[in-house]
Write a protein that binds this ligand. Sequence first.
Ligand SMILES: Cc1cc2nc3c(=O)[nH]c(=O)nc-3n(C[C@H](O)[C@H](O)[C@H](O)COP(=O)(O)O)c2cc1C
Length: 169
Amino acid sequence: MNNPVLEAIFTRRSVREYKDEPVDYQLLEKILEAGSWAPSGLNNQPWRFAIVTDEDLKSQFEPLTKYARIIKGAKALLPIFIDKEVMYNEVKDHQAIGACIQNMLLAAHSLGLGAVWLGEILKSAEQVRTLLQLPDNLELMAVIALGYPARKDQKSRRHPLDELIVFKN
Ligand SMILES: Cc1cc2nc3c(=O)[nH]c(=O)nc-3n(C[C@H](O)[C@H](O)[C@H](O)COP(=O)(O)O)c2cc1C
């Protein structure tokens, strides 16, 4: 099957180990742009992005999560925030953020990069916001860690489709 979108969806894996090779800033912007093209209710586009490549600043994220090792190896961090001032519906705005993050992960994968969605760091959401000196209308939703993959043998599993379909006729 020659379907690049399905191919990317099925082959993307969370990548937690990276080569010691910098990631071009333009690629990071392309990933953010892909995120910004996610659907959102009323097209309110509640996502906001940060780009962290400076090693000193990046290292200050390490104590904020038990996944310090991933952050240490990553070449860039992309923290994603929701702008509470443009939200109109709690559930729908958070769904839009999820769509945005998935777009970003797929974009990273399609560009030959490896990325992982870090959620555990949300326990330190306030510290991340303060570290980046951002206003309190921005709430951290996730941090994407990325770089060129050190390995490409990640395996993952999904429940069989039959177990997921709860109704059909
Ligand atoms: C909301 C959310 C939070 C996650 N948080 C973390 C995290 O803190 N650390 C981590 O290593 N992976 C995290 N992941 C990645 C998942 O572990 C991963 O997507 C899952 O195991 C499936 O593997 P795959 O992405 O390779 O298909 C998170 C994923 C999501 C969607």
